[in-house]
Ligand binder design. Structure first.
Ligand code: ADP
Length: 367
């Protein structure tokens, strides 16, 4: 459905997008994840034909976006980060305007009704856009993208600035849309991408750092495994911590050991990471039995995507992938992620904007 080949965008000496390639199949929801400045918007702007590429190729439904932009663009519904709304128009007026602009041939009344129902904006169709809350404005933005029923939807940070309830609504709407459309969605918020997308492309500094499902990324970019041990040492004092941590550290296959808090009186937990190739449990058992220490707990836990991002954020690098020929890029990157869903929801929700509704003479619906 979408094919991107060796895409480059240069601004002066700077390569905002540096040789990106990927494919998106029909019916997939692809998440485009990366920190601010990674090159997400630049890529999306090229995908939608809004800006041209320096080099490379984009095929939308087998049509080159630069060779036949009109045909390629007819396949795309685009919601830019700032929705292109004419705020002095009513929702109805605006959607009719977009319908005409797109030269839509679908039955006008029925199609606009379907789109409004889907986006849950039927109750505000007579309202002026400027008087709608941010959540509603975003849904009107989505509605304009859906007009003419394009097979591809490209949504740039669709939940930025929304409150938690609005975020949940938009996310479930996107999931619903994913059943009928191919969707590319960009976000700098990891939980958002995990919640909505079938597949994730992590972009950093203009290059694709990882591509796959959340599980595939987790397993392809790290071989490490974590476990937590609770060990009773010989003296029941803090000196056990150093003794035990050093002894575990000396075992084959151990990458990292950190003595954690005192969990029971004089007994500590140890966070252990292995290289993922060696099962160290028996060696730890043998060590403890030789020394006369008691293992009171051993808990295995694979690294989550979140863990991986935390590691990247703190500057630690990934372990080498076992599959050298997988063709997947091995990330050597240093991303900074916001973990909160609502980090940019700095404004009060619907109610805040609702104060202006009283002044709206076209007021036709409740929010
Ligand atoms: P993201 O969407 O991931 O936050 P962008 O695609 O907006 O990132 O930006 C990628 C890089 O390209 C950034 O370093 C940004 O400053 C730069 N950039 C984007 N647009 C322009 C422009 N019009 N002129 C110069 N540099 C730009």
């Amino acid at each position: 459905m979408i094919e991107v080949k060796n895409l480059v965008k240069r601004y002066g000496d700077k390569r905002a997008v540096n040789n990106i390639s990927f494919k998106v199949e029909k019916g997939e929801i692809l998440g485009f994840l990366g920190p601010n400045g990674a090159g997400k918007s630049t890529t999306m702007n090229m995908l939608t034909g809004y800006i041209s590429s320096t080099s490379g190729q984009i095929l939308i439904n087998n049509t080159d976006i630069l060779e036949d932009p009109k045909k390629a663009k007819a396949n795309i519904g685009y919601l830019p980060e700032i929705p292109p709304l004419y705020v002095d128009m009513t929702v109805d007026g605006y959607l009719n305007f977009v319908y005409d602009l797109k030269k839509c041939k679908l039955p006008r009344k029925a199609h606009l009704k379907d789109v409004c129902d889907l986006c849950k904006i039927s109750d505000v169709r007579k309202r002026l856009i400027k008087n709608l809350s941010k959540g509603y404005k975003q849904r009107v933005g989505l509605a304009q993208a859906l007009i003419n029923n394009p097979p591809v939807l490209i949504l740039d940070e669709p939940t930025v600035g929304l409150d938690p309830n609005q975020i949940i609504e938009i996310r479930s709407l996107i999931k619903k849309l994913g059943k009928r459309h191919t969707v590319i969605l960009s976000s700098h918020i990891l939980p958002e991408i995990q919640a909505v997308c079938d597949r994730i492309i992590i972009i950093n500094k203009g290059v694709v750092a990882a591509d796959g499902t959340a599980d595939e990324i987790a397993s392809s970019i790290t071989n490490e495994h974590k476990m937590t041990l609770r060990i009773e040492g010989p003296t029941h004092t803090a000196s056990d911590k150093v003794l035990i941590a050093d002894a575990i550290r000396a075992l084959d296959g151990i990458k990292y050991v950190r003595a954690d808090m005192e969990r029971e009186k004089g007994i500590y937990d140890y966070d252990v990471e292995t290289d993922g190739k060696t099962d160290v449990r028996r060696a730890i058992n043998a060590l403890c039995s030789e020394k006369g220490w008691n293992i009171l707990m051993l808990q295995l836990s694979d690294l989550t995507l979140e863990d991986i991002f935390m590691k990247i954020t703190t500057g630690e690098q990934f372990a080498d992938s076992e599959d050298e020929n997988s063709g997947k890029p091995k990330p050597r990157i240093n991303l900074v992620f916001d973990n909160g869903d609502t980090n940019k929801a700095d404004k009060a929700p619907d109610e805040a904007d609702d104060s202006s509704q009283e002044a709206d003479e076209d007021n036709g619906g409740e929010q």
